[in-house]
Design a protein around this ligand. Structure first.
Ligand SMILES: [Zn+2]
Length: 231
């Protein structure tokens, strides 16, 4: 597991060169953002927190895809007092319910989901790359933890933009229009850094985000034109 320190309060942990989670130092200990792939991740994540001298006091999940919640149960077993948070919507995927609500776009879910026995204690709200994907803002320095709302591996892109060098987030994106809305919301936060689920951390990311949003807008406009021809 590769560790990249971005400051004295932020550590990116990378597994298999492509799957990130983050240890964020807070007043009471570490917040762990995402839990990586199933199986072997819990031990190295806890060892890293231990080395850095703080306990993991909460685990927050950007969304319920398997490469973000994989080691949740193992971590929860080892750290039963750490508070677990996810969106209320994606919590349903954790419990094995993969139904869509009547109010949601009726398009098939994408990407891998897994059932977890951990019951999150805190439920949050939002949507995009999955029906309940959420991102987090560190209000101390305006770093945004974007999960898969963006990727930087294979190039900076909004979820749903196909990047040949790392296509998995695009293939796993549920709804491109909502993913684009999420991207705009995150840009409006004026982030100082973009810390994503897949790829390196990016500081001063605004221009790169604007470019990625334009690419997504153009590709959606193209798809719409195609669809109106078919209709
Ligand atoms: Zn994902």
């Amino acid at each position: 597991m590769k560790v990249t320190a971005s400051s004295n309060h932020l550590f990116q942990l990378t597994h298999l060169g492509a799957i990130n989670c983050y240890l964020v130092r807070e007043d009471d200990g570490f917040t762990l953002i995402d839990t990586g792939w199933p199986g072997s991740q819990a031990q190295p994540i806890m060892q890293e927190a231990h080395k850095l001298g703080l306990p993991i006091v909460r685990i927050v999940l950007t969304h319920a895809h398997i490469d973000h919640v994989g080691s949740l149960d193992a971590l929860h077993d080892a750290l039963p007092n750490a508070q677990v948070a996810i969106s209320e919507r994606d919590a349903r995927f954790l419990s094995g319910d993969k139904s869509l609500d009547p109010s949601e776009p009726q398009v098939p879910l994408r990407g891998g989901y897994t059932v977890c026995k951990t019951k999150p204690a805190l439920l949050l709200h939002e949507a995009g790359h999955t029906p309940g994907h959420i991102a987090f803002l560190d209000t101390r320095d305006r770093a945004v933890f974007a999960g898969d709302a963006f990727q930087t591996l294979g190039g900076v892109a909004v979820a749903g933009t196909f990047k040949p060098l790392f296509p998995l987030p695009a293939l796993a994106t549920w709804h491109k229009g909502l993913a684009l809305e999420s991207a705009r919301k995150l840009l409006a936060l004026q982030p100082s850094a973009l810390d994503v689920g897949h790829g390196r951390m990016l500081s001063h990311p605004q221009e790169a985000i604007e470019r990625a949003i334009r690419v997504m807008e153009q590709s959606l406009a193209k798809e719409e034109r195609k669809q109106s021809h078919v209709a």
